[in-house]
Design a protein around this ligand. Structure first.
Ligand code: CA
Length: 505
């Protein structure tokens, strides 16, 4: 009997060991966190030691691009591995079809336990997850409501970035340890209106941020950039966004405890609004003051984000999970921190097109790997499936980037052009719909609808994208080549709407 038992044990061990070796995955997903605000990307505005740690111990993507630079569509693309025109979620504030092919559901079919905790913002309730606990809609920074799977909506005391991390660690503690897991940690930070956690109020008050080179952009030769409504000068609101004499009867402040409200009023009334009143600024000086205040609020809000990523990494170390857990940190898109005079996102231009993306995979990705190839968010779902050892899903439009990181950051035959299509118009921010392509050197874009314009940028000569070369003498050949390449991508991704517009020239 004893021999039989030993034999049985031996026979089942390889399968068991195989099961145990399947890596866990944690995808930390923030909202509107610009790569310019991350020190691993060379940003000088703030220090982000914990995001930097993931990059140092794994890989950093210098050209991680989104395919439609707004919140909901980026989440829909993460879930489906498809472009907006294929997953149906082209605009914010729609109802996402959760019955379609989602990577977490595929993982479930392959014995993974799946969870999404935090910001979801897709209009419908999650599917494909064994557990979820989400913020309704945009969610609140202070004392937010959460909806938990199978439970009622309830208000939870605390600060959102801390709570999302608490709930994530709590789920990890109580999960079914017989299975590998995939957890999405969805942060609200650093979305507008940028309410910092109390310990971070005033964190950057002694800093004077340099103006980006394009802060006073005149938008010459760029009709869409001229017609937007997302400038710090005109669109950013003193009262709501920058809390100058804020209305403390608003819903977001009604959720505060008396102590929290007092701390906010002491800071924003006692210091910020007081300074505003004393300075009596106007014109360019006022715009620059708004920029300074915007960055202070934005980066203070981001402090809690990095700190909580550190908490989660420490938990993985202490629990022994770190060695077999892949950790990704990404934002849903990039964001303007004053470049072109803007905040917000949407445009195919660099700061909103590029999103931060770092990944740690112990034993597989060599620490300090830097990837310059064009990776997009349609690649995320196929990659996560690849990591889990699950076959590629033909319906998904992206490609696993694991071969890139396994080979030191590049791979022969990798894509030469990344396709982009933005839809949401006119509200909010009045950015004309457009589609286009980014190569390692050029950006080609076609605005359509109320605008009918092409733009071409040479990133080598004009990294800040202020010189539209489209139609300029000497650029005929490259324009024709890029247009042909763009047409091929449109065909490949089956974007019929864009194909029709291309036919118009
Ligand atoms: Ca976003």
């Amino acid at each position: 009997m004893r021999i039989l038992a030993v034999l049985l044990l031996l026979a089942t061990m390889p399968a068991f060991a195989q099961q145990q070796r399947k890596p866990n995955i944690i995808f930390i997903f923030s909202d509107d966190h610009a790569f310019q605000a991350i020190s691993a990307y060379g940003g000088k505005l703030a220090q982000t030691p914990n995001i930097d740690r993931i990059a140092r111990e794994g890989a950093l993507f210098r050209n991680a691009l989104v395919t439609n630079s707004i919140c909901g569509p980026s989440r829909a693309t993460l879930l489906t591995g498809k472009y907006s025109h294929k997953n149906g979620y082209t605009l914010n504030e729609k109802k996402f079809d959760v019955t379609q092919l989602l990577f977490p559901r595929v993982l479930q079919q392959h014995q993974y336990q799946t969870a999404w905790i935090g910001k979801w913002h897709l209009g419908s309730m999650p599917q494909g997850f064994d557990y979820w606990r989400i913020l309704p809609g945009q969610g609140h920074y202070y004392n937010p409501d959460f909806i938990e799977i199978g439970e009622k909506r309830e208000r939870v005391p605390g600060y959102v970035t801390n709570l999302v991390t608490d709930f994530s660690i709590n789920w990890l503690e109580h999960r079914d340890t017989s299975k590998p897991f995939m957890l999405v940690v969805g942060h609200k930070a650093t979305h507008r209106e940028w309410l910092p956690d109390l310990p971070d109020l005033g964190a950057y008050d002694n800093v004077n941020f340099p103006l980006p080179p394009t802060f006073r952009d005149d938008y010459a030769g760029r009709a869409a950039a001229k017609d937007q409504d997302m400038s710090i000068e005109k669109t950013m609101r003193l009262k709501e966004d920058l809390k100058v004499h804020a209305d403390y009867t608003r819903n977001i402040y009604n959720r505060f405890t008396p102590e929290e409200k007092k701390a906010f009023q002491d800071y924003y009334e006692g210091r910020v609004s007081k300074e505003f009143d004393e300075k009596q600024l106007s014109g360019q000086a006022l715009t620059e003051w708004k920029y300074q205040r915007y960055l202070k609020d934005y980066l203070s809000t981001a402090n809690a984000l990095d700190r909580n990523i550190g908490r989660l990494l420490n938990y993985l170390d202490k629990s022994g999970l770190a060695a077999n857990t892949v950790v990704v940190y990404a934002s849903d898109q990039g964001f303007y921190l004053g470049e072109h005079g803007w905040f917000d996102k949407r445009f195919i231009y660099e700061e909103s097109l590029k999103t931060p993306f770092v990944v740690r995979y112990p034993g597989v990705i060599k620490p300090g790997t830097v990837v310059n190839e064009l990776m997009t968010n349609v690649d995320w779902a196929p990659t996560l499936l690849d990591i889990a050892g699950v076959p590629a899903q033909p319906e998904m439009q992206g490609t696993s980037f694991m071969p890139l990181v396994k080979q030191g950051g590049s791979k022969k035959g990798w894509r030469k052009g990344a396709y982009y299509h933005y839809y949401e118009f006119p509200q909010p921010h009045h950015v004309y719909p457009h589609f286009g392509m980014r190569t390692s050197r050029y950006t080609l874009v076609r605005f359509y609808g109320q605008a009918n314009t092409w733009e071409l940028y040479d990133l080598q000569k004009d990294p800040h994208q202020v010189k539209n070369l489209y139609g300029q003498k000497g650029y005929e050949k490259i324009t024709a080549e890029l247009k042909q390449q763009l047409g091929q991508l449109i065909k490949q991704y089956e974007d019929d709407e864009a194909a029709k517009i291309m036919q118009q020239g």
